[in-house]
Design a protein around this ligand. Structure first.
Ligand SMILES: CSC[C@@H](O)[C@@H](O)C(=O)COP(=O)(O)O
Length: 383
C-alpha cells in the first residue's frame, strides 16, 4: 500500500541556510534566522538586531522547536550583551516568550549566568558579552552532538524493536535540522534509518493548525531524498488500522519528572492509537528537555495560541494578541471561538521509550525516570 502513495522528494537540493547563525557585519552583531514562517515557499533570512525582534520571531514561530529555542534564547542574551542593552531585561523577555519548551528558559539562563559570572569577576562588560556568546556557541555545538547521538541510539532501538527492517515511521510536527544545532531529534532518527537503507516510508502528519509537518517536515524530507507521504492528522487512524505504521517517532518540548511528555498538539492521540494498534511510541529528546522541576503532566504549562490560527487558513504568523483576526482566509463564521493549545501531554504509560543522547529509557518505569532526572539535573546544572 505504501508504494501506491505519491512519492515526493523531488527537490533534494540541500538546505542552504542554517536554522540559526551568529554574524558580525560592520554595523554590529546580529542573529540570523531561517524564517520558518516562509517555508517551504521561500528560504528567507530574518535578521534580529535585538532581543525584542527575537522575542517576536519566537512568538511568530519564525524560530521554533525545543532545542533551537534554547539555542536562540542563549544567542538572544549574547546579542543584548554585545549591543549594550539591559541583559537581565532581555533574558526575562526571551525566557517568557513561549512557556512550554523548557529548553528556552534553560538556554537563556545559561548565557545569562555566563554573562553575570564574567561581569562579577572581571567587571568588564565586553568580556561578559563574550562569555555570553561563548555559552551560546557551546550550547549550539553540544546540541549538534546530542542530535547525532540520539540518531544513533534511536536507530539501534528501531532495529531492535523492528528486526525486519524496512521501517515505516509516522512523525508529527517538525523535529529535524530546523529545530536543532544538528539534524534534530525524532527526524534525525528517521534520517539515520534512511542513510542505512532501512527507512521504507516516513509518514508525515500535516500538524494542524500551523502545518509544521506539511511545511517543514515534508520540506526536510524532500531535501534529504526520503520516501515520504503527507497525511492529514485525522487520517492517522486509518493508516494504523491498515497496518501501515511500524513506529511513531516524536520529539518533546518538556518531559516531566513522572515521564509525561509535552509535544505538539496531536501527539497524544497518536500515542493512544499506537497503543491500541500495538505500535511502539518513541519519544526522542535531549537530556535538557527533561525537567525534574515539573512534577507531572498536569503541571506542564501548555501554551494557548490565538484562535485565528484555527478559524483562518494561511493567517500571517504575526504575534497578534489572542483572538484578533489574523488576516488569513476565514474557514469558520466570523466570531467563532477556537480551542487552540499548541501542545498536548502524553502520559508515561503510553510511551514505549524515551531516547536521549545518553541512552534509551524503556520501559518508562519510576526507577528509570528517577535516573533520567538525576542525569538531566547533572547535565543542566553543569551548564
Ligand atoms: C525537537 S522537536 C520537539 C518539539 O519542539 C516539536 O515536536 C514541537 O512540538 C515544536 O512545536 P512548535 O510550536 O513548532 O515550536
Amino acid at each position: 500500500m505504501a508504494d501506491q502513495h505519491a512519492q515526493s522528494g523531488e527537490d533534494s537540493r540541500p538546505i542552504e541556510i542554517p536554522a540559526i547563525r551568529w554574524d558580525e557585519p560592520p554595523e554590529g552583531p546580529v542573529l540570523v534566522l531561517l524564517d520558518q514562517t516562509r517555508l517551504p515557499a521561500e528560504e528567507v533570512e530574518l535578521v534580529c538586531t535585538d532581543a525584542p525582534a527575537l522575542v517576536e520571531a519566537i512568538r511568530s514561530l519564525a524560530v521554533r522547536g525545543a532545542p533551537l529555542l534554547g539555542i536562540a534564547g542563549a544567542y538572544g542574551v549574547a546579542l543584548a550583551a554585545a549591543r549594550g542593552f539591559d541583559v537581565d531585561a532581555a533574558a526575562e523577555s526571551l525566557a517568557g516568550a513561549r512557556p512550554t519548551a523548557v529548553n528556552l528558559a534553560l538556554g537563556v539562563r545559561r548565557a545569562q549566568d555566563a554573562y553575570r559570572t564574567e561581569l562579577a569577576g572581571s567587571g568588564d562588560v565586553e568580556q561578559a558579552a563574550g562569555a555570553a556568546l561563548g555559552a551560546a556557541r557551546a550550547l549550539h555545538k553540544e546540541d549538534a552532538e546530542a542530535s547525532a547521538r540520539m540518531a544513533e541510539r534511536g536507530l539501534a532501538l528501531l532495529d531492535e524493536l523492528l528486526p525486519g527492517g524496512g521501517h515505516r515511521i509516522l512523525t508529527h510536527c517538525n523535529s529535524g535540522a530546523l529545530v536543532s544545532g544538528g539534524e534534530g531529534t525524532a527526524f534525525a532518527v528517521a534520517l539515520a534509518a534512511q542513510r542505512v537503507g532501512r527507512l521504507r516510508r516516513l509518514w508525515v502528519d500535516e500538524t494542524r493548525p500551523l502545518l509544521q509537518g506539511a511545511r517543514l517536515t515534508a520540506y526536510e524530507a524532500a531535501r534529504n531524498g526520503m520516501a515520504y507521504t503527507l497525511l492529514t492528522d485525522n487520517a492517522a487512524g486509518s493508516l494504523f488500522a491498515a497496518g501501515e505504521v511500524d513506529a511513531v517517532l516524536i520529539g518533546a518540548d518538556r518531559i516531566a519528572a513522572d515521564g509525561s511528555v509535552a509535544n505538539k498538539v496531536g501527539s497524544y492521540p497518536l500515542a493512544v492509537l499506537a497503543r491500541y494498534h500495538h505500535v511502539p511510541f518513541i519519544v526522542v529528546a535531549p537530556l535538557t528537555t527533561v525537567d525534574e522541576g515539573t512534577a507531572d503532566g498536569a503541571s506542564i504549562e501548555v501554551e494557548q495560541r490565538p484562535g485565528f490560527e484555527v478559524t483562518e487558513f494561511a493567517a500571517p504568523q504575526a504575534p497578534v494578541a489572542g483572538g484578533e483576526p489574523g488576516g488569513g482566509i476565514p474557514v469558520a463564521p466570523l466570531g467563532t471561538q477556537a480551542y487552540n493549545p499548541a501542545f498536548d501531554v502524553t502520559p508515561p504509560e503510553l510511551v514505549t521509550a524515551i531516547v536521549t543522547e545518553e541512552g534509551v529509557v524503556s520501559p518508562v518505569t519510576a526507577e528509570a525516570l528517577a535516573e533520567l532526572c538525576a542525569r538531566s539535573r547533572q547535565v543542566t546544572q553543569s551548564l
